[in-house]
Design a protein around this ligand. Sequence first.
Ligand code: SAM
Length: 207
Amino acid sequence: MPHRDPAELASVLETEDLLERGLVACAGQVRVVLDIGFGRGELLIELASAQQDTAFMGVEISRKRVEKVARRIARVELKNVRVMHSTAEHVVERVLPVKSLAECWINCPDPWPKKRHFKRRLIQSEFIERLRQRMVPQAVLHLATDHPGYAEWMHDVMSKAPGWENLHAPAPWSDTRPPRIATAYETEWLAEGRCMAYFEYRCQETR
Ligand SMILES: C[S@@+](CC[C@H](N)C(=O)[O-])C[C@H]1O[C@@H](n2cnc3c(N)ncnc32)[C@H](O)[C@@H]1O
Protein backbone atom coordinates (compact mmCIF):
# COMPACT_ATOMS: atom_id res chain seq x y z
CA MET A 1 0.00 0.00 0.00
CA PRO A 2 1.43 3.43 -0.89
CA HIS A 3 2.01 5.75 2.07
CA ARG A 4 -0.82 8.25 2.42
CA ASP A 5 -0.61 11.48 4.36
CA PRO A 6 -3.77 11.69 6.53
CA ALA A 7 -3.85 15.46 5.88
CA GLU A 8 -4.79 14.62 2.27
CA LEU A 9 -8.17 13.38 3.48
CA ALA A 10 -8.72 16.07 6.12
CA SER A 11 -11.84 17.36 4.34
CA VAL A 12 -13.60 13.98 4.57
CA LEU A 13 -16.44 14.19 7.06
CA GLU A 14 -18.12 11.10 8.49
CA THR A 15 -21.90 11.50 8.67
CA GLU A 16 -21.90 10.08 12.24
CA ASP A 17 -19.50 12.86 13.22
CA LEU A 18 -21.83 15.45 11.72
CA LEU A 19 -24.78 13.97 13.59
CA GLU A 20 -22.85 13.94 16.85
CA ARG A 21 -21.16 17.35 16.70
CA GLY A 22 -23.75 19.32 14.75
CA LEU A 23 -23.53 21.17 11.48
CA VAL A 24 -22.03 24.45 12.65
CA ALA A 25 -19.21 22.68 14.55
CA CYS A 26 -18.38 20.62 11.45
CA ALA A 27 -18.97 23.15 8.70
CA GLY A 28 -17.67 26.17 10.60
CA GLN A 29 -19.93 28.70 8.83
CA VAL A 30 -23.53 29.74 9.14
CA ARG A 31 -24.19 29.70 5.38
CA VAL A 32 -24.07 26.10 4.14
CA VAL A 33 -24.28 24.94 0.52
CA LEU A 34 -24.66 21.28 -0.50
CA ASP A 35 -23.48 19.66 -3.75
CA ILE A 36 -25.18 16.28 -4.24
CA GLY A 37 -23.30 13.67 -6.31
CA PHE A 38 -20.30 15.93 -6.88
CA GLY A 39 -18.49 13.41 -9.09
CA ARG A 40 -15.07 14.78 -10.01
CA GLY A 41 -15.73 17.81 -7.79
CA GLU A 42 -14.98 20.59 -10.30
CA LEU A 43 -18.14 22.52 -9.46
CA LEU A 44 -17.80 22.04 -5.70
CA ILE A 45 -14.20 23.27 -5.74
CA GLU A 46 -14.96 26.20 -8.04
CA LEU A 47 -17.90 27.37 -5.92
CA ALA A 48 -15.96 26.95 -2.68
CA SER A 49 -12.96 28.87 -4.03
CA ALA A 50 -15.18 31.76 -5.11
CA GLN A 51 -17.14 31.97 -1.82
CA GLN A 52 -14.70 31.42 1.02
CA ASP A 53 -17.13 32.81 3.61
CA THR A 54 -19.57 29.99 2.88
CA ALA A 55 -19.30 26.37 4.03
CA PHE A 56 -19.59 23.85 1.19
CA MET A 57 -20.53 20.25 1.80
CA GLY A 58 -20.52 17.54 -0.83
CA VAL A 59 -22.07 14.11 -0.72
CA GLU A 60 -21.02 11.37 -3.10
CA ILE A 61 -21.84 7.65 -3.17
CA SER A 62 -18.45 6.67 -4.64
CA ARG A 63 -15.70 6.37 -2.02
CA LYS A 64 -13.05 6.58 -4.75
CA ARG A 65 -14.41 9.95 -5.89
CA VAL A 66 -14.69 11.24 -2.33
CA GLU A 67 -11.01 10.48 -1.70
CA LYS A 68 -9.88 11.86 -5.06
CA VAL A 69 -11.73 15.12 -4.50
CA ALA A 70 -10.50 15.31 -0.87
CA ARG A 71 -6.93 15.15 -2.20
CA ARG A 72 -7.65 17.97 -4.65
CA ILE A 73 -9.17 20.05 -1.84
CA ALA A 74 -5.99 19.52 0.19
CA ARG A 75 -3.78 20.45 -2.79
CA VAL A 76 -5.60 23.75 -3.37
CA GLU A 77 -5.69 24.35 0.41
CA LEU A 78 -9.41 25.04 0.61
CA LYS A 79 -10.63 25.21 4.19
CA ASN A 80 -14.36 25.70 3.57
CA VAL A 81 -15.28 22.35 1.96
CA ARG A 82 -16.15 19.00 3.56
CA VAL A 83 -16.95 15.88 1.59
CA MET A 84 -19.04 12.97 2.78
CA HIS A 85 -19.08 9.41 1.54
CA SER A 86 -22.78 8.61 1.74
CA THR A 87 -25.99 8.76 -0.22
CA ALA A 88 -27.90 11.95 -0.82
CA GLU A 89 -31.00 10.24 0.55
CA HIS A 90 -29.31 9.38 3.86
CA VAL A 91 -27.76 12.81 4.32
CA VAL A 92 -30.96 14.69 3.47
CA GLU A 93 -33.30 12.42 5.41
CA ARG A 94 -31.22 11.62 8.48
CA VAL A 95 -28.16 13.82 8.83
CA LEU A 96 -28.87 17.45 7.97
CA PRO A 97 -30.93 19.55 10.35
CA VAL A 98 -34.16 21.21 9.23
CA LYS A 99 -33.63 24.65 7.59
CA SER A 100 -29.87 24.28 7.35
CA LEU A 101 -29.08 24.75 3.64
CA ALA A 102 -28.74 28.12 1.92
CA GLU A 103 -28.35 26.54 -1.53
CA CYS A 104 -28.23 23.08 -3.11
CA TRP A 105 -26.75 21.83 -6.39
CA ILE A 106 -27.74 18.56 -8.07
CA ASN A 107 -25.83 18.60 -11.31
CA CYS A 108 -26.45 15.77 -13.76
CA PRO A 109 -27.77 13.08 -11.43
CA ASP A 110 -27.70 9.59 -12.97
CA PRO A 111 -30.63 9.51 -15.44
CA TRP A 112 -31.53 5.81 -15.13
CA PRO A 113 -33.03 5.85 -18.66
CA LYS A 114 -34.79 2.46 -18.57
CA LYS A 115 -38.40 2.56 -17.39
CA ARG A 116 -37.88 -0.28 -14.93
CA HIS A 117 -35.13 1.81 -13.28
CA PHE A 118 -37.09 5.08 -12.97
CA LYS A 119 -37.64 4.34 -9.27
CA ARG A 120 -33.86 4.66 -8.78
CA ARG A 121 -33.86 8.27 -9.96
CA LEU A 122 -32.84 10.68 -7.22
CA ILE A 123 -35.45 13.28 -8.09
CA GLN A 124 -38.61 11.85 -6.54
CA SER A 125 -41.37 13.76 -4.78
CA GLU A 126 -40.55 12.36 -1.30
CA PHE A 127 -36.86 13.25 -1.66
CA ILE A 128 -37.65 16.75 -2.92
CA GLU A 129 -40.03 17.37 0.00
CA ARG A 130 -37.38 16.26 2.52
CA LEU A 131 -34.80 18.45 0.77
CA ARG A 132 -37.18 21.42 0.94
CA GLN A 133 -37.48 20.94 4.70
CA ARG A 134 -33.68 21.10 4.98
CA MET A 135 -33.48 24.39 3.06
CA VAL A 136 -33.94 27.85 4.51
CA PRO A 137 -36.68 30.05 3.04
CA GLN A 138 -35.46 31.71 -0.21
CA ALA A 139 -32.71 29.10 -0.65
CA VAL A 140 -32.16 28.07 -4.27
CA LEU A 141 -32.05 24.53 -5.64
CA HIS A 142 -30.09 24.13 -8.91
CA LEU A 143 -30.82 21.03 -10.96
CA ALA A 144 -29.40 20.09 -14.34
CA THR A 145 -29.57 17.18 -16.72
CA ASP A 146 -28.56 16.33 -20.28
CA HIS A 147 -31.23 13.64 -20.54
CA PRO A 148 -34.48 14.88 -22.18
CA GLY A 149 -36.63 12.24 -20.46
CA TYR A 150 -35.15 13.08 -17.07
CA ALA A 151 -35.68 16.81 -17.73
CA GLU A 152 -39.42 16.13 -18.28
CA TRP A 153 -39.42 13.95 -15.15
CA MET A 154 -37.72 16.68 -13.07
CA HIS A 155 -40.19 19.27 -14.33
CA ASP A 156 -43.12 17.00 -13.50
CA VAL A 157 -41.86 16.26 -9.96
CA MET A 158 -40.93 19.90 -9.24
CA SER A 159 -44.14 21.40 -10.62
CA LYS A 160 -46.23 19.13 -8.37
CA ALA A 161 -44.03 19.67 -5.29
CA PRO A 162 -45.38 22.27 -2.85
CA GLY A 163 -43.26 25.22 -1.69
CA TRP A 164 -41.03 25.81 -4.72
CA GLU A 165 -40.97 28.73 -7.15
CA ASN A 166 -39.63 28.03 -10.64
CA LEU A 167 -37.25 30.92 -11.40
CA HIS A 168 -37.46 30.21 -15.16
CA ALA A 169 -41.29 30.26 -15.27
CA PRO A 170 -43.26 30.30 -17.47
CA ALA A 171 -40.59 28.14 -19.15
CA PRO A 172 -40.10 24.76 -17.45
CA TRP A 173 -36.30 25.17 -17.52
CA SER A 174 -33.53 27.10 -19.25
CA ASP A 175 -31.05 25.75 -21.79
CA THR A 176 -28.51 28.39 -20.73
CA ARG A 177 -26.02 27.40 -18.05
CA PRO A 178 -26.14 29.60 -14.93
CA PRO A 179 -22.92 31.61 -14.41
CA ARG A 180 -20.57 28.81 -13.36
CA ILE A 181 -18.08 26.43 -14.98
CA ALA A 182 -19.21 23.48 -17.07
CA THR A 183 -18.19 20.18 -15.50
CA ALA A 184 -16.29 17.59 -17.53
CA TYR A 185 -19.56 15.69 -18.08
CA GLU A 186 -21.34 18.74 -19.43
CA THR A 187 -18.43 19.65 -21.69
CA GLU A 188 -18.41 16.10 -23.08
CA TRP A 189 -22.16 16.05 -23.65
CA LEU A 190 -22.34 19.52 -25.17
CA ALA A 191 -19.51 18.52 -27.55
CA GLU A 192 -21.66 15.56 -28.64
CA GLY A 193 -24.41 18.06 -29.55
CA ARG A 194 -26.65 17.19 -26.60
CA CYS A 195 -28.68 19.93 -24.91
CA MET A 196 -28.70 20.62 -21.22
CA ALA A 197 -31.74 21.55 -19.13
CA TYR A 198 -31.04 23.87 -16.18
CA PHE A 199 -33.60 24.35 -13.41
CA GLU A 200 -33.53 26.92 -10.64
CA TYR A 201 -36.14 26.69 -7.89
CA ARG A 202 -36.51 28.99 -4.90
CA CYS A 203 -37.72 27.54 -1.66
CA GLN A 204 -40.73 29.44 -0.39
CA GLU A 205 -41.54 30.29 3.20
CA THR A 206 -43.86 27.60 4.59
CA ARG A 207 -45.78 27.28 7.80
C1 SAM B 1 -23.39 11.74 -13.81
S1 SAM B 1 -22.42 12.01 -12.40
C2 SAM B 1 -22.43 13.80 -12.25
C3 SAM B 1 -21.29 14.29 -11.42
C4 SAM B 1 -21.22 15.81 -11.19
N1 SAM B 1 -22.36 16.31 -10.43
C5 SAM B 1 -21.07 16.56 -12.48
O1 SAM B 1 -22.01 17.24 -12.88
O2 SAM B 1 -20.02 16.47 -13.09
C6 SAM B 1 -23.51 11.52 -11.07
C7 SAM B 1 -22.79 11.38 -9.74
O3 SAM B 1 -23.74 11.13 -8.70
C8 SAM B 1 -23.22 10.12 -7.84
N2 SAM B 1 -24.39 9.49 -7.19
C9 SAM B 1 -25.28 8.65 -7.77
N3 SAM B 1 -26.26 8.34 -6.90
C10 SAM B 1 -25.98 9.02 -5.75
C11 SAM B 1 -26.63 9.11 -4.48
N4 SAM B 1 -27.77 8.45 -4.23
N5 SAM B 1 -26.07 9.89 -3.52
C12 SAM B 1 -24.92 10.57 -3.77
N6 SAM B 1 -24.26 10.50 -4.96
C13 SAM B 1 -24.78 9.77 -5.94
C14 SAM B 1 -22.42 9.22 -8.76
O4 SAM B 1 -21.45 8.44 -8.09
C15 SAM B 1 -21.79 10.23 -9.70
O5 SAM B 1 -20.56 10.72 -9.24
